[in-house]
Design a protein around this ligand. Sequence first.
Ligand SMILES: [Zn+2]
Length: 239
Amino acid sequence: MDYKYTSLIISKRDISEVDRIYNCYTLEDGKIQAVGRGVRRPNAKLAGNLEPLTHCEIYVSKRKGLGNITGAIAVNNFLSIKNDFSAISRVFWALSHFDKLISQQEKDAYVFELLIAYLEAMEKLSGEKKAEYKFDIVTLGFLFRLTENLGYKIRVENCANCGRKITAGNENFFSAERGGALCAICAKTERKKVKNSDTSIKLVKIFLKNKISSFSKLEVAEKDLRELKLIWNELINWV
Ligand SMILES: [Zn+2]
């Protein structure tokens, strides 16, 4: 059987002198692996369009086991990201989380769209040579959004434990185990939590409600960015 996939190449792995296995996230079938025969030979035409972080159409011929990639057409090479160390290091960090969070062959058109929107936002930022921390904002925003889309509800409006409204100016906390922000009272009895300011929890709220393409416009202080990273670590360790 022959299949055509709209895909994003996540990673590649050499399996012999000349062959490679590609790990791809596809619109049609979710995460799949396929073999590129002969792609490590010099002048192999396929290899260029199958580099990690390429949005491409791939053609796969499958009988049993993993299929063989018979053709690939690049849709977007994301060259600005690939030429920018700050951007690419964040993108590969995000993709490694993405890869761990996503199960095999669970298709989700919304997640595919989210991934492409994230890469397009990073590509645009790389071209604009914006401040480095903007790469972190867009990346964290994408990851919070992804986690929520995979079914982990993050509560930020109200205390995840008692339901009291999270108010500005008060001491607030975040507990991944409880599923979101905690008021100061509930936080007293919670063992695993991170302290957070109003701003960082407000940022999570913005991430969950707005388009990824708008995240790069956010101005964020270093302290709040640090808190956001702590909240993310707490969340990913729990998930
Ligand atoms: Zn509470």
